[in-house]
Design a protein around this ligand. Structure first.
Ligand SMILES: [Zn+2]
Length: 488
């Protein structure tokens, strides 16, 4: 008898374990939580908006433990999703495009594209209708979801469907100063990435969200610079154009004014330009690896125009404006990088204003590969604060070339400490800065020294400090660019 009981116990345990894995973990939401939520939402109803239009559901939305639950079918079907309900298994399955969410009633385990995820509030049946946690499901399906507190409205937006453009023609135009490869599409080209390879020399670009509409795969392009131009549907949404070269010549990539065409220019008379650079520059910088010459370094001299940045004012006399020293250092950096074969783009080259949000927008529009904001610091409260710090923000979209903001920040910081005798305040993560979180590329802000500190200010007034600030930064950039093209 004892033995039978034991077996029975084991049997029950196994059933429990199996049901746990099959149906997930039972949530700890009580009937009281549900009743409280329903009565609260009777007094303060919750509204729904889908793609700008108000949507009414037969069962009203309910807030349970700060999570809003809504009837799934009407809402997600109106957004183009398929909603299936398996009565026996008590499973709701919502599919939209390539995303899929599987929820079991009263279980806090959900499956998103096959992977199990724990939710705080599960799907449940209220008044005979299945309600699902709206934020969890919407986010899992890549829909936009927002909450307007004033109108108590859940705002849902359908995922943005990328429109693919068609590449209709590729041709070569021979002008007096360059060979131009013109890649024309029927829509606005959203992005591209240039690249270059050695032996044999090739320069290419990948065009994103594009379909190749041309029959041929290659065209003869024989000239003193080029051999041929080849193109292919490299991936389902990427068209690759490769120019076979006779010499190491970096292509300069730009958009037409309507952004429907891309131009790749190879300057004439510069066939040996890269080779002519030698191994090191007059500043003692390593010349960048030719394969990294297609990458664009955006230099942002902080502040400008009406925005002076920090100011050093002593006894009522204006000694230094941050915008001026930033520009001076940035111009030196630009000169040094160009001499090392690096492709650069200065956001300003004079004392002009750029708004805070225009800075990342300009860098993104130029399709930059690295973003370097040149600044100097100030402390309104602590005149003893001094030294260098470098800020970065790790982003999801920054690893196209295995270059990471953190690595870039640490390299610049290390070179700066080596080059200039100044206290170090570290390379730090700061996700809140607009130029760090709105740029679509690895980005850093360098804060060289403090205008508010007497010793730092003395340094900043010297040519040596400014030159070394630029040189240390340039050295780190070349190092990072070269790392990015190293073979595994
Ligand atoms: Zn600043």
């Amino acid at each position: 008898m004892r033995r039978n009981l034991r077996l029975m116990f084991l049997f029950v345990l196994v059933i429990l374990m199996v049901s746990q894995t099959a149906y997930g973990t039972k949530s700890d939401i009580t009937q009281k939580d549900i009743d409280d939520g329903i009565s609260f939402c009777k007094e303060y109803p919750v509204f729904l908006q889908v793609d700008g239009a108000a949507v009414e559901t037969d069962v009203p939305p309910v807030i349970i433990k700060e999570r809003t639950l809504i009837p799934a079918r009407a809402v997600f079907e109106s957004m183009g999703a398929t909603v299936n309900w398996d009565e026996d298994a008590r499973i709701v399955e919502i599919t939209m495009g390539t995303s899929n969410v599987l929820l079991t009633i009263d279980s806090s385990t959900a499956f998103v594209n096959g992977a199990s995820v724990t939710m705080e509030v599960p799907a449940m049946i209220i008044d005979g209708r299945t309600l699902i946690p709206v934020r969890f499901v919407a986010e899992s399906l890549s829909c936009g979801v927002d909450w307007d507190d004033l109108s108590r409205t859940v705002i849902l937006t359908s995922p943005i469907i990328k429109e693919l453009i068609n590449i209709r023609s590729i041709e070569i135009r021979d002008s007096s100063d360059s060979y131009r490869v013109v890649i024309e599409s029927d829509g606005v080209i959203e992005g591209y990435k240039p690249f270059a390879y050695d032996s044999p020399e090739r320069f290419g670009i990948d065009i994103k969200s594009a379909v190749l509409e041309i029959e041929e795969e290659e065209m003869d392009a024989d000239s003193e610079i080029m051999k041929a131009v080849r193109f292919s549907q490299f991936d389902t949404e990427i068209v690759r154009v490769v120019v076979d070269l006779k010499e190491k010549v970096a292509g300069k990539v730009s958009y037409s004014s309507d952004k429907k065409s891309i131009y790749v220019d190879f300057d004439k008379g510069q066939e040996e330009a890269y080779e002519d650079l030698g191994d090191t520059t007059a500043d003692g910088l390593d010349v960048v690896d030719w394969r990294a010459t297609g990458r664009l370094v955006v230099i942002d001299p902080g502040h400008g125009g009406k925005d002076t940045g920090s100011q050093a004012i002593r006894d009522g006399v204006e000694i230094l404006n941050e915008k001026d020293i930033n520009l001076d250092i940035a111009l030196r950096l630009d000169r040094m990088l160009k001499a090392a074969g690096v492709n650069t783009y200065m956001l300003r080259e004079a004392d002009t204003s750029i708004t805070l949000y225009d800075r990342p927008a300009m860098a993104n529009a130029a399709n930059g590969d690295l973003y370097i904001a040149v600044h100097n610091n100030s402390s309104p409260v602590n005149p003893n604060a001094r030294g260098v710090e470098v800020y970065y923000n790790a982003k999801a979209n920054e690893c196209d070339y295995e270059i990471y903001s953190k690595r870039l920040a640490e390299a610049v910081y290390a070179e700066f400490r080596k080059a200039i005798d100044i206290p170090g305040r570290g390379a730090k993560s700061e996700p809140a800065y607009a130029v760090l979180n709105k740029t679509c590329m690895p980005a850093i802000i360098i804060e060289g020294a403090f205008l508010s500190n007497t010793e730092d200010l003395k340094l900043m007034m010297t040519d040596e400090f400014r030159e070394n600030y630029a040189l240390a930064t340039a050295r780190a950039i070349v190092q990072i660019l070269n790392e990015s093209v190293k073979e595994e």
